[in-house]
Design a protein around this ligand. Structure first.
Ligand SMILES: Cc1cc2nc3c(=O)[nH]c(=O)nc-3n(C[C@H](O)[C@H](O)[C@H](O)COP(=O)(O)OP(=O)(O)OC[C@H]3O[C@@H](n4cnc5c(N)ncnc54)[C@H](O)[C@@H]3O)c2cc1C
Length: 414
């Protein structure tokens, strides 16, 4: 493995699409390897890279068009999420995929729209609303060949050519640099609360979750929170109620009158699973933000953070096995489809045992937060099967044949 070196060239801030084109064409001509940054806030969370120059998109910020009636927003790629969220909120709308913001308070969200799309992040509403990928209508970009292109349009239905949006989202800036992004926005629900079930164990909490999502009462999010994790909640009822038990937290959203009726009906369905309380809207919003930002697993020295995706019906069993490992803490979101794991750092942060567990259930484990030395030494992204790895290499080679964009950000040599 090659040691990570510091960039040899001074950083460059790009002003606009033309400046970006010039920067990338120069990089192609001189084979300069680029470390691409929106606000740079996700960087200590991926695979470290060796690059010759840091290219910052930060000056390319601002909302270009927002048409609330059409549910469409177009923004320059480095527009901070806090500006996007404020604009949407003023019109009673939101980003339905609920991306992690790096902060409980949306006003402090400095990550960029391009960054969130490039990393395909989504929060607790992902289960019913979909991921960032499902909300990117189109974009304008410059590839690692130094060529301009665009994909998609202002509408979801778009049958011309390949759907490059699906490829770009989650590619961590390894294929092309987006400079303008078109997204679909959604109306904000009028009201939202959480029904909390105090279950005896993980199996009971998982069974309550299954019944809730199989019911006609349309929950929008569901988390399973073990006792050793709920104590970190700033929602006092959660911290108190979670002691010695496992909580199933089920979010219900919509018109106030409908929420009230559905919570009552769901509460009846879930009676057999244990004591219940309903959080107020304020408490429920705070809990959702804690789940989204993973603050229930505070970052600590000598611990690393994993994001484990698995089939939702395997989540409870998998979390139980993970919690049986020494000093592991965890909770499940997406009704069991996503498990956040805080693992003692040790020599590999638990990479081998976690991935071994996943070989039985299916799914993948991504190392989200760990010291640089560990992110250099082990696979940050789940190792791909050979056929998929070959495909990934071919896609990379067609967009960025010289490997100038974020070389090695996702996989060694790609
Ligand atoms: C557990 C967790 C913790 C988090 N903590 C924080 C936090 O502390 N602070 C915070 O602000 N956010 C945090 N986030 C949220 C998230 O990291 C950001 O909202 C978003 O990814 C970062 O945007 P950025 O512009 O800073 O991205 P960057 O860190 O600049 O970039 C992220 C990746 O996307 C690529 N990229 C960026 N812009 C583009 C583009 N226009 N075109 C193509 N590729 C691009 C970059 O090359 C890089 O590979 C966290 C998320 C999670 C899941």
């Amino acid at each position: 493995m090659k040691a990570i070196s510091t960039p040899s060239q001074p950083p460059r801030d790009v002003r606009d699409a033309e400046d970006l084109l010039d920067a990338l064409q120069s990089a192609v001509a001189s084979k300069t390897k680029i470390d691409l940054r929106g606000s740079g806030r996700h960087l200590q969370r991926g695979r470290p890279i060796s690059a010759d120059q840091v290219l910052s998109l930060a000056p390319m910020s601002g909302i270009v068009t927002y048409e609330p009636d059409e549910l469409v927003l177009i923004a320059k790629a480095a527009t901070p999420l806090r500006d996007i969220l404020k604009t949407l909120d003023d019109a009673g709308q939101m980003l339905a995929f609920d991306p992690p913001l790096g902060h409980i308070n949306p006003e402090e969200a400095l990550g960029t729209l391009g960054g969130v799309m490039a990393t395909n992040l989504a929060g607790p509403r992902r289960l019913v609303a979909g991921a960032a990928r499902d909300y990117l209508l189109g974009f304008q970009a410059i590839s690692g060949r130094g060529e301009q292109f665009q994909s998609g349009s202002r509408v979801m239905k778009n049958v011309t050519g390949y759907d490059l949006s699906k490829l770009m989202v989650g590619s961590y800036g390894t294929l092309a640099v987006m400079h303008e992004v078109t997204i679909k926005t959604m109306p904000k629900p009028e009201h939202g609360v959480s029904l909390i079930i105090k279950a005896r164990d993980i199996e009971k909490a998982a069974a309550a979750m299954r019944d809730a999502f199989a019911s006609p009462h349309e929950p929008t999010a569901g988390a399973i929170i073990p006792a050793q994790t709920s104590i970190y909640s700033k929602v006092k009822k959660i911290a108190d109620m979670g002691q010695q038990s496992v909580l199933a937290a089920i979010r219900i959203e919509g018109f106030k009158v409908s929420v009230k009726d559905r919570v009552k009906a769901l509460s009846d369905v879930l009676k057999p699973y244990g004591e219940q309380i309903t959080l107020t809207e304020k408490e429920s919003n705070l809990l959702q933000a804690e789940l989204r930002e993973v603050t229930l697993l505070p970052e600590q020295n000598n611990r690393v953070l994993w994001k484990v995706s698995c089939p939702p019906n395997q989540g409870a069993g998998l979390m139980k096995q993970i919690l049986a490992r020494p000093h592991c803490r965890a909770y499940a979101d997406w009704a069991g489809g996503l498990i956040w794991v805080s693992h003692p750092a040790g020599h590999d942060g638990g990479a081998a045992p976690l991935r071994e567990l996943l070989s039985a259930t299916g799914g993948h484990a991504t190392l989200v937060s760990a010291p640089q030395s560990m992110r250099e030494a082990i696979d940050v992204f789940h190792p791909q099967p050979q056929a998929l790895q070959d495909l990934t290499r071919r896609v990379k080679a067609s967009f960025d044949p010289l490997g100038i964009l974020n070389p090695g950000r996702m996989y060694e040599g790609i």
